[in-house]
Ligand binder design. Structure first.
Ligand SMILES: [Zn+2]
Length: 313
């Protein structure tokens, strides 16, 4: 009897383990990968794949993969090691997410503004911002006034229509006048909608400026208050990319880049985090917290921390 119970116990334990692996298999795998990267780094190349990419960036799938492999080479060449490998099902998903950050950059470009990470750009953007806010306040006040006049006129029209309807119909002359009034009201409504669109576009310009101004404030460490958007949302810090690892997997999201050099640099930086590298204090390092230099090669401090991580002399 004793033996039989043992067999049943073994089967139960095996069943529970099987269930854990069945239900938490992905999480177990991710946990193992994290441990492997931390304690046995650089042993096997990190398998990556292209996740979501927005066509709004104006780049093709091939362009994205090419930029990623450039970033891959930047890490691999200095220590002649295969650190990353493209694989269709690769666990490290690299996404290119087009959101308000890239939208802001593109919008400023369309406004004819050139963005460099320097104080002169900051000053120019602030001047433009203040001018647009003045214009917005003036246009918005005029618009609000026009809307309230329109509402009054529309109410008077509706009241009169109701009155004649209750009488069973209007005399021909009144009927024609009310028809004419209706046509004019519709025209006014269309004009107000146009003005509203212009104001909305102005608000988008201002918000785009605010987004980039706030990015420069934190990049340049300026001791000024953060600007607020006209509609008051979004005060957070600007980030061009992010590396994250959690129970759902390993991901790099890229949000914003002004040009090809910056794209490759932000990819290289985030892939450095995937190699478990921390930020560096060296402003020329790829692993510096800001993407402000233009070197597309590792700095000596990057190479030193990579070698230390991989245990290479
Ligand atoms: Zn970073």
């Amino acid at each position: 009897m004793r033996r039989l119970i043992n067999i049943i116990e073994v089967l139960v334990v095996a069943g529970i383990l099987g269930a854990i692996i069945y239900f938490y298999g992905d999480k177990v795998q991710i946990a193992l990968r994290v441990l492997e990267q931390r304690y046995l780094p650089c042993q096997a190349p990190i398998q990556y794949s292209l996740g979501d990419f927005s066509p709004k960036f104006g780049l093709t799938q091939t362009d994205f993969i090419h930029a990623i492999s450039e970033a891959e080479n930047i890490w691999e060449e200095p220590i002649s090691k295969d650190l990353f490998e493209y694989n269709d099902g690769g666990a490290l998903k690299i996404n290119f997410v087009y959101d308000y950050r890239q939208e802001a950059t593109d919008r400023l470009k369309k406004m004819g503004l050139t963005i460099n990470s320097d104080k002169a750009t900051y000053d120019a953007l602030v001047i433009r911002h203040d001018a647009l806010v003045t214009q917005y306040n003036r246009d918005k006040a005029q618009y609000d006034k026009a809307v309230s006049l329109f509402e009054q006129r529309k109410k008077a029209y509706e009241k009169e229509v109701d009155y004649w309807n209750s009488k069973g119909g209007a005399p021909a002359a009144v009927y024609d006048r009310l028809n004419q009034e209706k046509i004019e009201l519709d025209m006014q409504a269309a004009q107000l909608n146009q003005t509203q669109d212009k104001i909305n576009s102005l608000v988008d310009d201002i918000n785009a400026l605010v987004s980039v101004i706030n990015r420069l404030v934190s990049e340049l460490n300026l001791d000024v208050d953060k600007y607020n958007t006209v509609s008051g949302q979004r005060g957070e810090e600007f980030q061009e990319g992010i590396y994250k690892i959690d129970a759902t997997g390993q991901e790099i999201d890229i949000y914003e880049f002004d040009n090809q050099t910056q794209l490759v640099r932000v990819l290289t930086h985030e892939m450095g985090h995937a190699l478990d590298l921390e930020h560096s204090d060296d402003p020329t390092a790829i692993m510096y917290r800001l993407n402000q230099a233009s070197n597309e090669k590792l700095s000596q401090s990057d190479i030193d921390s990579l070698k230390a991580k991989c245990g290479v002399k």
